[in-house]
Design a protein around this ligand. Structure first.
Ligand code: PLP
Length: 388
């Protein structure tokens, strides 16, 4: 059976062109970019080319790009690095309730270290109100961290407005752009951001590599104490194949962005409309308009998300649930609960994330299969008829 992958927000396959760019870095271009001999200098050239490409893609200069091991490291670096380095100025951080755990957990960690963290609520579409950000700022605020777009519900946040507020109050502003880098145009000056996180595997690059943009002059503590790589901010021998892959992925994403944006929005809206027409008692989670072009997150009442996901998988369609499930506990998604969904509806939510290899017939196949699955599961559900 042909499988249809609709979980691109979790990760993407590596683009074959990206892989071709990476392969020479394993056996031929294997030198250490920090070595002064010709092998090292050849590797350094490849490293700096990738840095230049990435910097250009966000309107930054190359020395403002720090390569990391991915989104989680970039978020940790930004949050802990700013908090520690600016501690003499203040100990207050502002973030939102729908951030990825790569932001929320470093904030929780810092609370144990004596920092105060304000976690702002969102409205029912998952949007942070910039006025709430303004009101939360105190003389002790050193950092505001609000994501560019949410990974579960696809809501795009008013980042440029929040960035302006941060700048007016001379507070550093970080945005987690892991779900938007390579998908939406990003210019760090227009967004008024001082720090921005991204990860290669969300744009058809390899896993385990990403970058943190750090605006020139930003006071930030080093993340990894070791050698002098990345201006001493992140010691460790460079992951050259990964970084070259990220550079190539970024270049390709730039070429395809506009076309992909239109194509995916068309499929996204076709899927949303198709589900609304064919399956009663469903609702779209997230913002109806300000949402990622590839994200469809649907709450289906009276059914378990995990059951729908497994049935779809058996039918050849791969998607993900809106809730995190572990063998020890069934925890509702903190994002969906923040929107005001009941635990039942949060557990009855599914995310379909479309991507570069999604075709119209994939959406048609999903619309054929999904209503029958929901009908069957509802008939078996103890919640059937309750609307929960
Ligand atoms: N931030 C967001 C919004 C994400 O979606 C993810 C990954 O899903 C991360 C951070 C973590 O990125 P990585 O997997 O590269 O560590």
């Amino acid at each position: 059976m042909k499988k249809i992958y609709l979980d691109y927000a979790a990760t993407c396959p590596v683009d074959p062109e990206v892989l071709s760019a990476m392969i020479p870095c394993f056996c031929d271009l294997f030198g250490n970019p920090s070595s002064f001999h010709s092998y090292g200098q050849d590797a350094k050239k490849a490293l700096e080319n990738a840095r230049h490409t990435v910097a250009c893609s966000i309107g930054a200069s190359p020395d403002e790009v720090v390569f990391t091991s991915g989104g989680t490291e970039s978020d940790n670096f930004a949050i802990k690095g700013v908090a520690y380095r600016n501690r003499s100025r203040g100990n207050h951080i502002i973030t939102s309730s729908i951030e990825h755990h790569a932001v929320l957990n470093p904030c929780r960690f810092l609370q144990q270290e004596g920092f105060d963290v304000t976690v702002l609520p969102v409205d029912s579409t998952g949007t942070v109100d910039p006025d709430d950000v303004r009101k939360a700022i105190t003389p002790k605020t050193v950092l505001i961290s609000v994501m560019h777009a949410n990974n579960e519900i696809g809501t795009i946040e008013p980042i440029a407005v929040i960035g302006t507020i941060a700048r007016e109050h001379e507070v550093l502003f970080h945005t987690d752009a892991v779900q938007t880098y390579g998908h939406l145009p990003i210019n760090v000056e227009e967004l008024h951001t001082d720090l921005l996180s991204a990860s290669a595997h969300k744009l058809y690059g390899p896993k385990g590599v990403g970058f943190l943009y750090v605006k020139k002059g930003t006071k930030i503590a080093s993340f990894m104490h070791g050698g002098e790589q990345e201006q001493g901010r992140r010691g460790s021998t460079h992951n050259l194949p990964g970084i070259v892959g990220l550079g190539k992925a970024s270049e390709i994403a730039g070429w395809l962005m506009k076309e992909e944006d239109e194509r995916l929005k068309h499929y996204r809206d076709m899927l949303i409309r198709g589900i609304e027409e064919r399956i009663p008692r469903t609702r779209l989670n997230g913002h109806p308009v300000q949402r990622l072009p590839n994200n469809v997150n649907i709450a289906v009442s009276e059914v378990e998300g995990e059951s729908m996901m497994l049935e779809l998988d058996m039918g050849g369609i791969i998607c993900s649930t809106g809730s995190a499930c572990s063998s020890m506990s069934l925890e509702s998604s903190h994002v969906l609960i923040s929107l005001g969904l009941s635990h039942e509806l949060a557990h009855g939510s599914l995310r379909f994330s479309l991507g570069r290899y999604t075709k119209e017939e994939d959406i048609e196949r999903l619309l054929e299969l999904f209503p029958a699955i929901v009908r069957r599961l509802r008939a078996l559900s103890p919640l059937c008829g309750t609307g929960r």
